[in-house]
Design a protein around this ligand. Sequence first.
Ligand SMILES: *Cc1c(COP(=O)(O)O)cnc(C)c1O
Length: 363
Amino acid sequence: MNTNHNVTAHIDLNALHFNLNVIKGRQKRPTKILAMVKGNAYGHGSIGIAKALENEADLFGVACLDEALRLREAGIDKELVVLMGFFDAEDLKAMDQYHISTVIHNQRQLDILEKTKLQNPLSVWLKVDTGMHRLGFPLPAVRAAYDQLQQNPKVIKPFKMMTHFSDADNPSCPKTKLQIERFLEVTKGLEAEVSLANSSAIINWPDALMGYLRPGISMYGVSPMESKTGLELGLKPVMTLTARIVTVHNLAKGETVGYGSTWACPEPMRVGIVSAGYGDGYARLTKTGAPVLINDVKCQLIGRVAMDMITVDLRNCPSAQIGDKAILWGQGLPIEEVALHTGTVPYELFCRLTSRIHYEYHP
Ligand SMILES: *Cc1c(COP(=O)(O)O)cnc(C)c1O
């Protein structure tokens, strides 16, 4: 086997199980887990993650039908739910054929469901818009949608009802409390299993912990809040992204590195060229000063990120040499820190990872 991959995502499945147990421990009542594996499992590889969680999650959540079909093709036979649901009868028939569950969030979907002939009963999650205004039935329309599903013999009963929070990452914002109240009010007396909580609600809003929890980023060991790292929340990073030093230069004072010559050496110094760039998904917007871990020493990115390489200031790490491993994030270097130097959130850094990345799953 070729072990000389330029960029490797090491996936620590022990950490994944650990994090899921931490999440389950947040809820006193028995917990059901709708594990989010959308976006290629936040860049962790949806097939590898789904296989690892087959016994621990009750079902998996994906954004779109293509993501669900990819998991089915890989032999994942657990329940899958498509968050955006279906666009037309053809999508719905594919869901029927592959036993894929769907969110229903608008009237058009309800009408397509009425008209389309299905082979099997369909598992449905009715989405309620309690204030996010992304997907879901507005509150006044929920009862009619509920009744329509209830009367539809194609739908498995009881079906589920869900909502999504806009501000759960902010513990002092009163909107989440309002959204919980609206959801409880509109579902009162209805026969349905419910689901409200994403990662930030799991962490910040115990009142939202009922029915199915829907963890994404926290399961991968990363904080949904900008103010905290996953480590500080008692989670362990699942992904450690590594590259290697390709070459080392001794540069004179005033020499510049990389495209645009945006960074100049303030003194004679060693710099390392590391084998990762935006072609691997390491963001070009990541700025000079972003941390890169080399031989357990925190070094700094300097100059512009190129497609295949970055440059690192090696003044902190005189031992560094060609072939040494560079950790871009993960063990010893929270992705949250890199995100701050990129002006984005860890979610986006994960989702940028490209097919050039090599994955290794460590049981
Ligand atoms: C992505 C998503 C989640 C998971 O969010 P995290 O912040 O990653 O936990 C939960 N619910 C819905 C509807 C989502 O789209």
